[in-house]
Design a protein around this ligand. Structure first.
Ligand code: IDC
Length: 439
């Protein structure tokens, strides 16, 4: 009997160890701060080359952007699709951006506070999920980053101070200079902003936009900045930007420029219109061959073809295929492939979920085993739509949920998963059970 007990403990410990080892997407915990070495992003812990397969929010000042800044949304991106980084795009002008006049009932201070709170939610969610995150000063309509240089300085001073102890934050100091802004204009701006960031966060990677909506990496390659740990931005929209733009990238690669694609779309440059998956594939192949990181524009349900969710889709996390736009399906299946998640069949649906309220504000849940599962993810909330839900990963077919609120009704659902590459492949959710906490 004693022997059996010891053996079970050993087996369980090995299982727990292995699950921790194989099911966690390799991320910030493994790699630590990122560092630019030659053309590559590398891990300061292991020295490995790292590529980020990320998603950009739409503008975090837009109502089609900020609702997706949450731990639930980011964890869906990570676990279901193999995404390992997020870009928080904060417009400087347009739609009550950071440097715009405030709308009715707001002051510029209150607008800025709201935007900074959203960034904070995003940075913390990414950090808890072991994901990298870019804080993007989204210059677009304002064209020349020098226009709001003073604001940029104080913004990046504050951000780099606030997140100086975070090892997952990267700073993108000007999204897309345009309107004739030259590389020398951008360099002047960067030479003032980078020291401000470095003063607080000496090791943080800084990403610098390039002329003509961040297309001219070849121009930047001719006279790169004198700072270490800097990357240069290239953006492409596959239905508009094709061979001639890839040639610019190739030139910059030949000159050894560290490039990051902090934005790309399958659509036309407008963010709408046709989507071109065959050009997009040529791009991703070229980026992969050269170890370049990329972020898809955008995590939004706006009615435009670059949006990754279907127009008007109401789900804010936990998407399934039918919630994704054409672009979303394509982008996420590419990411799953690269994360080694494809080719793994989803496990079956969980049946027979039973819940009961055990003493001490707890729920005891059990269910039938799914034969091909590596584990289960249980989700519970006091809200029937699972808003503000909690999640727990379990290896057995039962669990006790603790620290619940007395007299509240809880909703519980569950799905099985199989480990797949750096993520998990989930099966369908069980039926939802509800239970009131009395004891
Ligand atoms: C687009 C959005 C669109 C919005 C427009 C203007 O998709 O909903 O109306 O901006 O604010 C970029 C920009 C990025 C653009 C995107 C598509 O960085 O802000 O988003 N794009 O046009 N550069 C090239 C394309």
């Amino acid at each position: 009997m004693k022997n059996f007990f010891l053996k079970s403990i050993m087996i369980i410990s090995i299982m727990i160890f292995m699950s921790g080892f194989t099911s966690r997407a390799a991320g910030v915990n493994d790699y630590g701060t990122l560092k630019v070495s030659g053309r590559y992003l590398t891990s300061s812990k292991t020295g490995e080359h790292i590529t980020l397969h990320g998603v950009s929010t739409h503008g975090i000042n837009w109502d089609v952007g900020y609702p997706y800044i949450s731990k639930d949304a980011f964890s869906t991106l990570k676990e279901d699709y193999g995404v390992n980084a997020i870009r928080l795009a904060m417009y400087t002008t347009e739609y009550f951006g950071y440097c715009d006049k405030a709308g009715a009932g707001e002051t510029q201070e209150s607008v800025r506070k709201t935007l900074k709170d959203r960034i904070d939610t995003g940075v913390k969610a990414a950090s808890e999920l072991d994901m990298y995150v870019i804080i993007d000063w989204h210059v677009l309509n304002d064209q020349n980053p020098n226009k709001y240089k003073k604001e940029a300085k104080s913004f990046f001073k504050e951000m780099s101070e606030k997140y100086s102890s975070y090892d997952n934050v990267l700073y993108e100091i000007c999204n897309e200079p345009n309107g004739g802004t030259s590389w020398s204009d951008i360099s002047k701006y960067a030479n003032e902003i980078i020291p401000v960031i470095r003063n607080n966060a000496p090791d943080a990677v800084v990403i610098v936009g390039t002329p003509t909506w961040s297309q001219d990496v070849d121009v930047a390659a001719d006279s790169p900045l004198s700072f270490d740990n800097v990357m240069y931005t290239l953006h492409f929209y596959a239905a508009t930007h094709k061979d001639s733009y890839r040639d610019k990238l190739k030139k910059s690669i030949d000159k050894g420029l560290p490039v990051m694609v902090t934005e790309y779309g399958l659509s036309e440059a407008s963010g709408n219109g046709n989507i071109d998956t065959s050009e997009a594939l040529k791009w991703l192949d070229l980026l992969d061959e050269n170890g370049i990181s990329y972020f898809a524009w955008s995590l939004s349900n706006k009615d435009e073809s670059s949006a990754l969710l279907k127009a008007g889709n109401s789900k804010k996390s936990g998407w399934s295929d039918s919630d994704l736009s054409k672009a979303g399906k394509w982008v996420f299946s590419q990411y799953q492939k690269r994360a080694g998640m494809s080719g793994v069949e989803a496990p079956g649906k969980v049946m027979g979920l039973k819940v009961k309220n055990s003493k001490g504000k707890k729920i005891a849940a059990k269910w039938n085993a799914v034969s091909d599962a590596d584990g289960y993810q249980i989700t519970y909330s006091t809200n029937s739509k699972f808003k503000k839900s909690k999640k727990k990963t379990v290896l057995n077919t039962s669990v006790i949920l603790k620290k619940l609120k007395k007299k509240k009704t809880y909703y519980v659902k569950l799905r099985a998963y199989k480990n797949a590459g750096t993520g998990k492949k989930f099966g369908k959710y069980s039926a939802v059970k509800r239970i009131k906490i009395k004891k």
